[in-house]
Design a protein around this ligand. Structure first.
Ligand code: ADP
Ligand code: MG
Length: 679
């Protein structure tokens, strides 16, 4: 019996060596081969000069106007120039390092050339000379191969596999979705991806392939989510609404509509049996902390312990100060658990946590260390969750009886990514900032304009402002980074030292040194704080109103936005000054976008677009799944539709028993058993 799971060795011309070579491309079965899709297509239809766009790859047809000339340049390099007459216009075609093509051009004869068009010079960089007779204007698929196998060989093998196994290709997508989205059947998909007869056929096949890829991925996500909900019911926290309302009414500000909305989502989730696994997204300064505080308090009123885990000690201390003060009138006991405690202090805290004397525990990753035992942890918040790994989130979960988890992020992940990466989490989003905030004004200066910077800083200091100056971690060596920060610090001292206090904060200082400096800055004993990026997350200093970022081109958009979020928290007009001499177009774009937008969601989306698909998908650290055909950024609409459909299916048929969903079930089962093989 034939099966797509058959080894490629069954094909003619595939011996042990070929099997090995194919394996280097990740291909071992017929299925792998059939779904090894081209990464691009060449449209071999001849175009008219008027229709070609600058830098487009295209086919030109013309008459050879004069004999080709080969000339040498550089070391071992050469170029071949040939002049063509195309639609009565003389067009220069240049091939690099392919002198042998000379014989293909005979003055007065017609030819077709595939190449890249330069609109300004009206010339073509040739890539291929096409065979005039064979070219029927088709689309040609191009595969990514390595030096051990040629395009043509791979293509022939795929053709052979398709011819022999096409009847084994079955639809994974439910018929109703194929109809609804005007997709093509699986068999047409495979054919259209590899051997299209027209651009339209490739387009339909690609659209289907992308939908299929996203859809099956989302089904996997939904599956995890449902298994999770079915197998492990969470704690039900019966919080005291009356006390909470009292607490909320006692705050010095009114919660924004968005804060109220997400709070309702969180509380509802806490008060039912399903386990909460929720991501709270909100731009810097959108007021996530108070939402988290109310939720932590809610858990305590329901009789549970609650924890808040943050990435740095500075942040833990800051949250501890604020939260314990806010909850002091309600007899809630809050404890801080961080690495810098003495052994004795630590023992003491651990005892309090285990006995249940502590209601709310705030700390760094020390919260999940082995010797920390909770009495009854029912709810945990993870702030700046992207700083923690999935494992750490899981460990926190294991510390209680499957406590509800609220992860928070101030790096707004565009919906695209949230759906793909956190598809198993529920989403709560705060979009609006508290009223009355003045947007931070952002300017970009080149480094030869330092006098302008100093003038500006002088005016701000004179006006009672406070300045952050941040330098990036550039090198692998902390020493060099520190020297960089020190040099900037010296400059500020030279210019402002006579009148103002300048201080330096860096990663090699110990916690108490850092805390001391932060405290003095908070109390306005320091006017200018030069710092390596240690202040990046969460720090709340309302009076600071100028953020100077040196070598700003070294930071990504999200990071720049985070840093900018350190100012603009009070009622003074705030400024962010980017000092940068960007060398490439994307870095220039980043600087421009920063000066134009204050919206973290917009910036995060732009960040992804600028990084491009290659980077985005190649970057394992981003935690993104490795899609082969679809690009979550540019194919966002398809991703969204696929997500919605997967969700709908699992809502009505969580165990995939309907006939239409059987193939999805099979797919997921096999995926789990053997990463990627099917029959
Ligand atoms: P983030 O979302 O970045 O963690 P914070 O929780 O630190 O933001 O909030 C930023 C500042 O805004 C804090 O000083 C906080 O007290 C204040 N804040 C929060 N919510 C409101 C609100 N509804 N109205 C006014 N100020 C608020
Ligand atoms: Mg915060």
């Amino acid at each position: 019996m034939k099966s797509l799971n058959d080894n490629v060795a069954v094909l003619k011309g595939v011996g042990t060596r070929k099997v090995e070579v194919l394996q280097t491309l990740g291909i071992s079965t017929i299925y792998d081969l059939l779904y090894y899709f081209p990464f691009r297509y060449e449209d071999l239809m001849v175009k008219s000069l008027d229709d070609i766009v600058d830098q487009e790859k295209t086919v030109l047809e013309g008459t050879v106007a004069s004999d080709p000339v080969v000339s040498r340049f550089g070391y071992k390099k050469n170029r071949l120039n040939v002049r063509l007459l195309v639609e009565n216009e003389s067009v220069m075609v240049t091939f690099f390092n392919q002198p042998w093509l000379k014989d293909k051009f005979i003055t007065g004869e017609d030819c077709q050339i595939y190449g890249k068009w330069d609109q300004n010079r009206r010339s073509l960089t040739g890539m291929k000379v096409l065979n005039l007779k064979d070219n029927s204007g088709d689309v040609d698929s191009v595969y990514s191969v390595n030096k051990n196998i040629r395009q043509s060989t791979l293509k022939a093998l795929i053709k052979q596999a398709y011819d022999e196994y096409q009847d084994e290709i079955h639809d994974f997508l439910p018929q109703s979705l194929i109809a609804k989205y005007k997709l093509v059947a699986e068999k047409q998909l495979v054919k259209g991806m590899h051997f299209p007869d027209s651009v339209e056929e490739t387009d339909n096949a690609r659209r289907t392939a992308i939908f299929r890829e996203f859809f099956l991925f989302e089904c996997g996500m939904q599956n995890i989510k449902h298994q999770d909900e079915l197998s492990k019911s969470g704690v039900r926290i019966k919080y005291d609404q009356k006390v909470l309302t009292e607490f909320i009414n006692s705050l010095e500000f009114k919660l924004t509509d968005d804060q109220q909305k997400v709070l309702a989502e969180i509380l509802k989730n806490m008060n039912n049996d399903t386990h909460m696994n929720r991501l709270l997204q909100g731009d810097v300064g959108s007021g996530k902390t108070i939402v988290a505080t109310i939720a932590l308090f809610a858990a305590v009123t329901g009789g549970y312990q609650a924890a808040l885990m943050v990435p740095t000690e500075i942040l833990a201390q800051q949250h501890f100060d604020k939260i314990s003060a806010m909850l002091a009138p309600y007899q809630v006991s809050v404890d801080l658990l961080v690495g810098s405690l003495t052994a004795k202090q630590r023992q003491d805290k651990l005892a309090r946590i285990e006995s249940g004397k502590t209601n709310i525990i705030i700390g760094t990753h020390s919260l999940i260390q082995k010797d920390v035992k909770y009495k009854n942890l029912g709810f945990a918040v993870i702030d700046e969750q992207h700083r923690f790994g999935v494992d750490q989130r899981k460990e926190l979960r294991l510390k209680g009886e499957n406590p509800d988890i609220l992860a928070m992020t101030a790096t707004p992940i565009p919906r695209t990514l949230a759906i793909t990466t956190y598809g198993d989490m529920s989403l709560s989003i705060i979009k609006e900032l508290p009223k009355g905030r003045l947007p931070v004004e952002t300017y970009w200066l080149r480094s030869n304009k330092m006098d302008q910077l100093y003038d500006f800083v002088a005016r701000q200091l004179n006006d009672n402002g406070q300045v952050f100056a941040v330098t990036p971690l550039i090198s692998e060596s902390e020493k060099i980074d520190l020297q960089n920060a020190e040099a900037i610090y010296e400059n500020f001292v030279q210019v402002f030292g006579a009148k103002y206090q300048v201080a330096l904060l860096h990663g090699q200082m110990n916690t108490s040194q850092k805390d001391e400096i932060m405290q003095e800055f908070k109390e306005k004993k320091i006017d200018i704080l030069v710092s390596t990026t240690v202040i990046e997350v969460g720090v709340d200093i309302p009076n600071a109103n100028v953020m100077v970022i040196f070598d700003a081109n070294r930071f990504g958009l999200s990071q720049l936005h985070q840093l900018r979020g350190r100012v603009g928290r009070g009622n003074k007009q705030s400024y962010c000054i980017l000092i940068a001499d960007p060398k490439n177009e994307t870095a220039i774009q980043r600087m421009r976008i920063m000066t134009q937008s204050n919206d973290g969601f917009v910036l995060a989306q732009k960040d992804l677009e600028l990084r491009g698909q290659g980077d985005l998908l190649g970057n394992q650290q981003s935690g993104l799944p490795n899609f082969k055909v679809g690009n979550p950024v540019t194919d966002f609409n398809i991703l969204q539709a696929a997500q919605l459909e997967a969700q709908t299916i699992f809502e009505s048929d969580p165990n995939l028993n309907n006939n239409e969903n059987k193939m999805i079930k099979l797919y997921l089962k096999q995926k789990m058993e053997s990463a990627g093989n099917f029959d």
